[in-house]
Design a protein around this ligand. Structure first.
Ligand SMILES: CC(C)(COP(=O)(O)OP(=O)(O)OC[C@H]1O[C@@H](n2cnc3c(N)ncnc32)[C@H](O)[C@@H]1OP(=O)(O)O)[C@@H](O)C(=O)NCCC(=O)NCCS
Length: 177
């Protein structure tokens, strides 16, 4: 069972108790504003996401982590790795993404989880390179990307929704520099 401990967080795989707190996060329009077409996801859609994410873990050997606050055990969001199938032009690639409940923003939790995820990807899992795809205007997310030391690569447009996407990347050499 893959589990990562950081000073304040546990990154772990998903269980049934995560469904309700995750669907609350997915139901907040402010959280979902920059994700996909910006629509919220209900309980049923969130259950489908969880099932798919666990399948991806089994198939790829990496995936999206449930992020839990140490001590309280609250689920605060999602940080992890996925294959960006929605953007064929970057494939093959592994993308790092993040999404926290609004009450957990501004406390450094996203960056803490993202740093641990990047180390897991490049050092433990031995991936060559990790990309981050950010919708232009999502400054909070760009801030996390920047703090990870990811390098701007190019801009493109979302094949389905047409909005501007900024691609960043990092490889092991850049990570260790
Ligand atoms: C993107 C998102 C995860 C960023 O979360 P966040 O909380 O702003 O990010 P961080 O963890 O980097 O924390 C930010 C701030 O917390 C503050 N902070 C407070 N306590 C801290 C601590 N102990 N350690 C570090 N930072 C701390 C810092 O000031 C930091 O800002 P700075 O980098 O300007 O100094 C969040 O806005 C979100 O979930 N958005 C909706 C989903 C989304 O758009 N995801 C991206 C597309 S997939």
């Amino acid at each position: 069972m893959t589990e990562i401990l950081t000073p304040r967080l546990i990154l772990r795989r998903w269980n049934d108790d995560d469904l309700v707190p995750l669907s609350e996060i997915n139901g907040d329009p402010e959280v979902m504003r920059w994700i996909g077409d910006g629509s919220v996801r209900d309980l049923e859609e969130t259950a489908e996401d969880l099932e798919r994410w666990e399948e991806e873990w089994d198939e790829e050997g990496f995936g999206l982590f449930a992020v839990e606050l140490l001590g309280s055990g609250e689920l605060i969001g999602v940080v992890g790795l996925s294959v960006p199938e929605y953007l064929p032009e970057v494939l093959p690639a592994v993308e790092i993404t993040w999404r926290l409940g609004r009450q957990y923003w501004g406390q450094g939790y996203a960056s803490e989880a993202a740093h641990a995820t990047l180390e897991y990807a490049l050092q433990d899992r031995g991936l060559d390179r990790v990309v981050a795809v950010n919708r232009a205007g999502n400054d909070e997310s760009e801030n996390v990307i920047r703090k990870l030391g990811m390098v701007p690569e190019r801009d493109t447009t979302h094949p389905r929704y047409g909005h501007l996407l900024q691609i960043h990347s990092i490889d092991l050499t850049e990570y260790e520099a």
